[in-house]
Design a binder for this molecule. Structure first.
Ligand code: ZN
Ligand code: ZN
Length: 245
């Protein structure tokens, strides 16, 4: 064995990893730019992500005084929602890559930001379990995963809370919400979900995870469905909220 360097076995492993780095370089989770080994977010994305707060609207989680959620109070049946980022800049590209470029492996990292916001803004609250906005089975099959489910699985791990996966079911595969106007979204989503496990949700405080808050119509409908099944409280946490509603 040579005394001048690591044993031949380690040299081989290091070479393999160097080779793998060339084949599969580490990329910025947010924008996809190639990063040095160990890097997760590039400098540009760190400055380009628009962090919400510190003072937030107690209902929708956007910057305090800069939202119009009171106009939709009747439809927003969740008790509150929080989000670390606005859906713009690098936080938007992070979601688009995670959702549409077949990168479910980015989920644990994105969920960490949701977890940090939950720790910050929901610190005095207790939840019985975590769940997520379901996607229609056909859509999940086509994409291969439900991005909200992946975020919820990881948020539940960080929070050491149980995950209940089937308390909400999407029964109708309607026009995608992003193709509709604000008024149409509330109408389109009505009656889309069912709560097949009323005994699991009855009297419970639920933390619901989704990827994006836009009008709040989807989370509002989910909360309405869970509350009709007996849930006591439904709060939400998402990765990003649109800054214009
Ligand atoms: Zn980046
Ligand atoms: Zn608000």
């Amino acid at each position: 064995m040579s005394k001048s360097g690591p044993p031949i076995y380690f040299q081989q492993v290091i070479q393999i990893f160097n080779f793998l780095d060339l084949l599969f370089p580490q990329r910025c989770i947010f924008c996809g730019k190639i990063m040095p080994p160990g890097g997760k977010i590039c400098a540009g994305c760190k400055t380009d992500a628009y962090l919400i707060g510190p003072d937030i609207c107690p209902k929708c989680g956007r910057d305090a005084g800069k939202c119009s959620c009171a106009e939709d109070a009747g439809a927003l049946c969740f008790d509150s929602c929080i989000a670390p980022f606005y859906y713009t800049g690098s936080a938007k590209s992070a979601i688009l890559r995670f959702k549409f470029q077949g990168l479910p492996q980015n989920g644990p990292f994105l969920a960490k930001f949701i977890y940090d916001r939950i720790e910050e803004k929901y610190s005095g609250l207790n939840f019985d379990f975590i769940s997520f906005v379901p996607s229609h089975p056909e859509k999940k099959k086509a994409r291969g995963y439900n991005q909200s489910e992946i975020l919820a699985i990881n948020a539940a791990k960080y929070l050491c809370l149980p995950l209940e996966g089937e308390v909400l079911v999407k029964t109708a595969n309607k026009t995608p919400q992003h193709e509709l106007t604000r008024a149409e979204r509330f109408k389109n989503i009505a009656g889309t979900f069912s709560a097949p496990k009323p005994r699991t949700v009855s009297g419970k405080k639920i933390l619901l995870i989704d990827d994006i808050l836009t009008t709040g119509s989807t989370l509002g409908e989910c909360a309405k469905t869970l509350k009709a099944a007996g849930a006591e409280e439904v709060r939400a946490a998402v990765f990003a909220a649109t800054n214009i509603i």
